[in-house]
Design a binder for this molecule. Structure first.
Ligand code: IMP
Ligand code: MG
Length: 177
């Protein structure tokens, strides 16, 4: 099935049913790994919203859920890029943290999110991403413990992911053709 978003063609790549099946398995892994703790799931907005909602339905252990957003702006006089996490309202000190991402491409965003979370001195950090582009990855992450699907170096939309701001609401995942 083909669709058009902002004059660009996309074809169906991963159906929602396939995503749901994968999330059931990741859920089982999380339920076992964090059985004896109360982990904090931190979703990185905007892209994670659908994935996070479906993933958390498969997590049955006691856990906390919150969302953050990366801010980047040229703030100070030295024109340095200032980055911060918006939305982290409570302390992560001593907590088991699971960062939830929609997609890891170069890994630059994730690297910064991890650095900001590390400052809070959590007991552990794991990363759960729906999609990973191994060939685009520019960093190594020992935290990368849960991956939904590894994909080629291609552009995808849907299920939270956007193209020029459009397409986040699509239930299935599409690739650019
Ligand atoms: P990274 O910092 O290069 O890993 O890229 C991370 C961000 O780029 C993701 O959180 C997405 O917002 C965006 N991104 C990367 N690849 C795609 C894609 O294929 N479709 C939609 N957004 C993408
Ligand atoms: Mg993202």
């Amino acid at each position: 099935m083909k669709i058009q978003i902002d004059h660009k063609d996309f074809e169906l790549m991963i159906e929602h049913e396939q995503v749901k099946k994968r999330l059931r398995l990741i859920g089982i892994q999380l339920n076992v790994a964090y059985e004896y703790s109360i982990p904090v799931f931190i979703g990185v907005l905007n892209g994670c919203f659908m994935f996070m909602a479906d993933l958390m339905k498969e997590v049955h252990i006691a856990s906390e859920v919150c969302f953050v957003k990366m801010a980047s702006y040229n703030g100070d006089q030295r024109q340095e890029e200032v980055k911060s996490l918006i939305g982290l309202s409570h302390s992560l000190k001593g907590r088991e943290v699971i960062i939830v991402e929609d997609i890891i491409d170069t890994g630059n965003t994730l690297k910064e999110v991890i650095q900001m979370v590390e400052k809070e001195e959590p007991a552990s950090i794991a990363v759960c991403t729906l999609l990973l582009k191994p060939d685009a990855l520019e960093h190594e992450f020992e935290e990368l413990a849960y991956v939904g699907f590894e994909i080629e170096n291609e552009f995808v939309v849907g299920y939270g992911l956007d193209y020029n701001g459009i397409g986040r609401n699509l239930k299935d995942i599409y690739r650019a053709v």
